[in-house]
Design a protein around this ligand. Sequence first.
Ligand SMILES: *Cc1c(COP(=O)(O)O)cnc(C)c1O
Length: 376
Amino acid sequence: MNPIQMVDLKVQYQNIKAEVDAALQNVMNNTAFINGPEVKAFQEELQSYLGVKHVIPCANGTDALQIAMMALDLQPGDEVITASFTYVATAEVIALLKLKPVLVDVDPHTFNIDPAAIEKAITPKTKAIVPVHLFGQCADMDPILEIARKHNLYVIEDTAQAIGAKYTHRDGSVSTAGCMGHIGATSFFPSKNLGCYGDGGALFTNDDQLADSMRMIANHGQKVRYYHDSIGVNSRLDSMQAAILRIKLRKLDEYTAARNKAADFYDRAFADVPQLTTPARATNSTHVFHQYTLVSSGIDRFKMQEYLASKNIPSMVYYPVPLHMQKAYTDPRYKEGDFPITEELCKHVISLPMHTELTQEQLDYIVQEVKAFVGQ
Ligand SMILES: *Cc1c(COP(=O)(O)O)cnc(C)c1O
């Protein structure tokens, strides 16, 4: 049995090595390292995969969020609503741009932002909502889009963990994660579902003007070289990363299916383990299982991690500390107890190995050892 990893990029690479090596060699032969033909081709292929009008590649997912907020011309002091249970990047760019992050609690089952809590957090200063499609399934977008329309707010979807997830609207129509709000922001960090071999990110939009503006901001605020119309940033996807992403995009559906197969197996295996609640599936979203996250009860999950580690099984806690209790984000507006669901989740969640290359032998072994720890 191969060693078990949280994310097995080594075996994944071995399986696509010939294609990847040839593509990288091709970039080196062409030496168009930045903004080469691979970047343009990837952009077009991702547009058609997602069914979105514009994809704007950039350097990473955090930049994507920042460029989105700059393009919407949000001003210092404007309030931006986001989930208290998320990766720090979401709140980080809000704070960096001197906007005011307004946190709201999440749904205890899907772990995604609670639309009812969003509505309660709106003030005259609210300008945008940033739903995060956490762990691989879409936040409940219909009510979020409705609230946004009613209050004239922008919606920026943080889809770094949910590329390719599909949301079914109340009218039966289907949208892709990141393509429902004004802007979608994603990351191609190596461990993401569509990951490159370095840093990368992208923005999605159906709005021509926003697309123009984001392209300009990502490129030093210039449309014509050396003529700067606005203050921008330097945020580019390089050609080698684009070449790798083109290969992995062609495999993305297959990869998502492999993740779902592993998740289904875990679900069945832990269905009768009272100490572990398996992740709920939203009724209106597919799941791309960026993470497979259990909620534990009546056990010490850090002891479980130690036990699993002693059996060479990695596990992770995403995320141990809610945003409002992070040192950098302490704010007199918030105190412990304000976001009870987020706080409970941070105390009880544990994520198991989840990737595209898990073998049945590895899955059997992981399940066997998890059950051995809980005494089943
Ligand atoms: C990974 C991630 C980001 C940031 O992406 P980087 O490419 O690492 O900057 C933002 N939001 C969420 C939810 C993420 O998981």
